[in-house]
Ligand binder design. Structure first.
Ligand SMILES: CC(C)(COP(=O)(O)OP(=O)(O)OC[C@H]1O[C@@H](n2cnc3c(N)ncnc32)[C@H](O)[C@@H]1OP(=O)(O)O)[C@@H](O)C(=O)NCCC(=O)NCCS
Length: 230
């Protein structure tokens, strides 16, 4: 019996065989996802150590939160000097300026390890039509010519997904995130949808706090780890 390797060794052997196969077949990147709950967090930590020993790194760790907005919510409070516009009326470069400034000054790992080109490509992908944008619920608040705050909402099966909530660092802590969330939620309710979901990096405390305070509840946590050929 003592010759039988333990589960950690078997797991590592399997991972090394998969990586060997990938290298032999010219693959340059492998990725695995885990759905984490309170019940399986120990098993997740074991898996992190197996993959970590082969230099797989964490690339994404996201809470998916949702909220039932069937109850009427209060009116949006837009601070003085800010003006509401539809997000799709704004050109991509102007939107990117706010997006870039917000995520460069963020606890989210949105831009983690990306080149400048990759950051822009990631942004462009949001608007390439792959995900249908809810044009009425997606809004920005402008201050003069500058975008202070933005909300991008995409329509999914049975829910509206609040894909990007971003506030330019110069305009934070004035209630602008709360304002765009409220405007988006009011519009989605008008359209007859009550289920709203949102994804947020688990380490992004300001955003997690914002959504929890707003009434969103954590539905699941999904973590991605990847290996890149060198
Ligand atoms: C998270 C973010 C959107 C908050 O924007 P904001 O306009 O400063 O937030 P608001 O002023 O509307 O704050 C609303 C609530 O959010 C929470 N919050 C905001 N900033 C916070 C911080 N730095 N720390 C803890 N909680 C914070 C608070 O609960 C706050 O309520 P309170 O003012 O009653 O305490 C902003 O920091 C941001 O753009 N970050 C970078 C982009 C990002 O991470 N987006 C979310 C992922 S898509």
């Amino acid at each position: 019996m003592s010759d039988i390797p333990d589960r950690n060794e078997i797991a590592k052997l399997l991972i090394s065989e998969v990586m060997k196969y990938a290298i032999e077949n010219g693959m340059t990147r492998l990725e695995i996802s885990f759905e984490i709950s309170d019940e399986n967090v120990d098993a997740y930590n074991d898996r992190c150590s197996w993959f970590g020993s082969f230099n797989w790194g964490l690339v994404d760790d996201t809470y998916y939160m949702n909220m039932d907005v069937s109850e009427k919510i209060h009116d949006a409070n837009i601070p003085e000097g800010f003006h509401l516009h539809k997000l799709l009326e704004i050109d991509d470069d102007t939107l990117y300026k706010c997006h870039y400034a917000a995520f460069t000054n963020s606890e989210a790992r949105e831009f983690y390890d990306l080149t400048e080109d990759e950051k822009r490509q990631k942004f462009d992908k949001l608007y390439d039509g792959t995900q249908p944008i809810n044009s009425k619920a997606s809004v920005v608040l402008k201050h003069g010519d500058e975008i202070a705050s933005m909300l991008l909402v995409v329509s999914r099966d049975n829910e509206e997904y609040f894909s990007i909530v971003a506030v330019n660092p110069d305009y934070r802590n004035q209630g602008l995130a709360k304002a765009v969330l409220t405007i988006g939620i009011q519009e989605v309710r008008k359209q007859g949808t009550n289920n709203i979901s949102i994804g947020v990096d688990t380490v992004n405390k300001p955003a997690v706090q914002l959504y929890k305070k707003y009434g969103f509840k954590v539905r699941s946590r999904l973590s991605f780890h990847s290996w890149k050929a060198t």
